[in-house]
Design a protein around this ligand. Structure first.
Ligand code: C2E
Ligand code: CA
Ligand code: CA
Ligand code: CA
Length: 277
């Protein structure tokens, strides 16, 4: 038994060393990613189901590394957060989104807005109320063309600070959206305390529409809540026609999901914008 214990321990340290090594490699590569132009933004359209048109897009970052291939954001955003790299990566994302929407508008591609995901550290330490307006000025981008997506858990980390910075950003004209609504451990109090414009119903509530009774009720109540509070509502993760039909029937007009469009490169958005859905 002693022998085996020892081997298990060795095996474990080996595994751990391996993981630490991979992690360090990824961290080092991520440091170079920006400089080497390995990051790219893809865009997933949000469609108005009642008019069958694209009204805005969500920017989703992609990392194409020569050695590791396509690294999904769920793998590198957490590392970027822990290392603080998210501040410069986040600024690049906002910069690129501003450049893109100004470019689209100049081409006559009237995409209403680009929604950008903001991470916790970026909100807390990114000086967003100063850095974002500076980036906008660089391109002549209007604040209402940029929407900031935040999750409930990000807001709950430091409610007081969140409130201050979000109020400043909202006063400057930026739209704020709550991402993955309903999945965080938070009260609804922030809906009356914060200058929120939009709620995004999480995919987990959409997946089993229109069959799961509980999900149907949660979605209907959320739509009702948004009507009452004058918030725009978007449903994410629509993969089936029936899901979209249920949402539209219940009064949620805006949808985002593979059924309509997957995230795609900017030039594909341009092409699709001119094709009716
Ligand atoms: P999220 O903000 O909730 O983004 C939605 C994710 O769901 C995206 O995955 C999108 O491709 C995927 N999705 C959209 N529609 C469907 C659908 O109908 N079916 C399925 N199965 N999936 C769908 P992605 O691009 O891999 O992003 C994952 C997460 O990584 C995002 O979740 C967000 O938390 C984070 N992320 C992505 N881009 C950025 C970014 O630029 N900045 C930050 N801070 N986080 C980002
Ligand atoms: Ca999002
Ligand atoms: Ca989401
Ligand atoms: Ca989600």
């Amino acid at each position: 038994a002693k022998e085996r214990g020892k081997n298990t321990y060795r095996f474990y340290t080996h595994e751990l060393t391996q993981r630490v090594y991979e992690r360090l490699t990824m961290e080092n590569s991520l440091r170079k990613a920006l400089k080497n132009n390995e990051l790219i933004l893809h865009y997933q359209p949000q469609v108005d189901m009642s008019e069958n048109k694209i009204i805005g897009v969500e920017a989703l970052v992609r990392w194409n590394n020569p050695d590791m291939g396509m690294v999904p954001p769920v793998k590198f955003i957490p590392i970027a957060e822990e290392t603080g790299l998210i501040i410069s990566i986040g600024e690049w994302i906002i910069d690129e989104a501003c450049r893109q929407i100004v470019h689209w508008k100049s081409e006559g591609v009237e995409i209403g807005y680009i929604a950008v995901n903001i991470s916790a550290k970026q909100l807390m330490h990114g000086n967003l109320e100063k850095t974002i307006p500076l980036i906008l000025d660089k391109y002549g981008c209007k604040p209402e063309w940029i929407e900031l997506e935040l999750t409930e858990s990000i807001l709950m980390e430091d409610p007081e600070y969140s409130k201050n910075i979000l109020t400043l950003l909202s006063e400057k004209g930026f739209k704020l959206a709550i991402d993955d609504f309903g999945t965080g451990y938070s009260s609804l109090a922030y809906l009356k305390n914060l200058p929120i414009h939009k709620l995004k119903i999480d995919k987990s509530f959409v997946d089993n529409l229109p069959f799961a009774a509980a999900d149907c009720e949660i979605v209907k109540s959320t739509i009702h809540l948004c009507k009452g509070l004058n918030l725009t509502i978007v449903a994410e993760g629509i993969e089936q026609k029936e899901q979209g039909e249920f949402l539209l029937r219940e009064g949620c007009m805006i949808a985002q999901g593979y059924y309509y469009f997957k995230p795609m490169a900017a030039d594909l958005v341009t092409q699709n914008f001119h094709i009716s859905i």
